[in-house]
Each structure stands twice: as C-alpha cells, then as structure tokens.
Design a protein around this ligand. Sequence first.
Ligand code: GLU
Length: 303
Amino acid sequence: MKQENITYIGRFAPSPTGPLHAGSLVAALASYLDARAHHGTWLVRIEDIDEGRSVPGAAEGILALLAQLGMHADGEIVWQSRRKHLYQAAADTIAAHTYPCGCNRREIADSRLGVAPDGAAIYPGTCRFGLQEGRSMRSLRLRVPEPGYDVIGFTDRFAGEITQRLHGESGDFVLKRADGFWAYQLAVVVDDAEQGVTDVVRGADLLDSTPRQIFLQRVLGVPTPRYLHVPVVRNENGEKLSKQTGALAVAPGDEAAALEALLQAARFLGLPLEKPASLDAFWRTAIPAWSQLLAGREGAALT
Ligand code: GLU
C-alpha cells in the first residue's frame, strides 16, 4: 500500500570538523535513501555549534560533495551557529529543570562513578541543590529523574529495543558547556523539533545519546521522532573512522570516483547492488533496494 500521505522529514546533520569521510557518507546515504524511499523531505543541517572544533571551509566541502554525489537537500541549509537564540529560548522555557554547575572535569572524574557510554564522566549531582560556597557557574545541567523513574526506552528501526537508565548511566547532563557553547544534546533536540523532523537516521555512535535526547524532548514538550541508527564504519583495527583516516578521494567532476564511493557505502549498508553505469542508475536501483532491505528488517513494507 502506498503511504504518500504520511509526512516524513529526515535530515543529515554533519559536524564540519573535516571533510566528508567514508563513515559520514554512510550516514548521509542512509538518511537520504530512507527519505526518498518514503517520498519524504530530506534536510541538511550543518552542526557547527562547537565553534572550537569547526574547520573553516569544511562545511562548504561537505555540501559540494553531497551535491556531486546527487544528494540535494529539500529546502535551505541550516547552520547551528546562526541559531543560538533558539537554544537560549529553549533553555529558558525549561529553567525549572536545569541548574548551574560549578564542577570542573577533574572533580567529576574524581567522583569515580564511571563513564557514560559516550565516554563522558557520569555526573554525581554535586550542584543539584545549589552551587557550593565560593563557586560560580561553569555549565548548565538538566536534572534527570531519580533511579527507578529514569529508564528511557525506544525501538530503533535498525538496532531494535534500546533502554538506558539515565540516572545511573549518564547523570544530570550538560545543556550549556563551560566554554560557553550550547551542547550538542540541546541543539540537536531543538533543531529536530523546530524543523519538524519525523525520522532521524544516523550512525550508531549516537545510539547512546538518544535516550538523553528523548528525555529532553519530553521536558521540552516536543515530539519524539522515529530513530534508525546504522552501523559505524571501522578501520582494520576496529576503530571508528576519523576525518583524517577516512577522507574520501572524490575530485570535483570525477563521476567514476563518486560512484565508487556511493557503491561502497551502499554495500556497507547491506544493499546488494551491481556497479551502476551512472549516478542516475545508482539512485534508481539504490532507493528500492533500501526499501526492500528495511522491509525485511522491520517486517513491513515501507511503500
Ligand atoms: N553532528 C553529528 C555528527 O556529525 C550528528 C548528529 C545527529 O545526526 O544527530 O556526528
């Protein structure tokens, strides 16, 4: 049955910390294929909120390469660095759930509660009930529910059932960082809601961030999108590709190299594609192949 009336808004949200690499291409391709398979909208958002890590020219390079590969955004490109007013407004609306924290990294690590799945030290709640004498605010944190009320679960379209105990596995998390930048967790939730995103398709390295994002959506009173996290591309040593090690060698105008990069990303996702003659041919076969792959995984046809 056709589902053309169902609204689907997806997005690709690269951080411009370097050129598009083989791993980020997999995330871009999956989000693009899923949007096209649903006859949906595909947005591109440049996540340059961490201005210290953004590399000048990287965003423009990513956008040019996406265009060369035939992935064209529906609608204007959004830049997080130009949307700080939205993050401030969102933080203001949930002020009753946040508190200023005066702890530094060292103090949090010294509490030895361990690290969250994403590597951040679990926060022991030191400043929950007020800053200690003589301390000033370094970061802004969101209070998570008490143990027993802190379980967040969701069904990922690729990874299946995921649950996390926010209190024990993350602790109260940062919305505004000590360096003054808004945290990724806040920016991504505000933007996905503001852009009406219904479907987040991205790399599995963000699976562990998703329960925090769902909790933040609930506190802000915005909808929770569907999630699909695709496997992360790793090098021979099992390490996640970095912008340095996995840069794509696709020169402008080199259609053969563009096709090869797309084909490798598609095969990594499990699409059984033969080498196509052209970019057009690639997209003509890749979109139905994605629908079929997902229909097999989700137990229901997409279109
Ligand atoms: N900006 C993030 C990254 O490049 C992706 C964020 C997301 O898709 O939610 O890893």
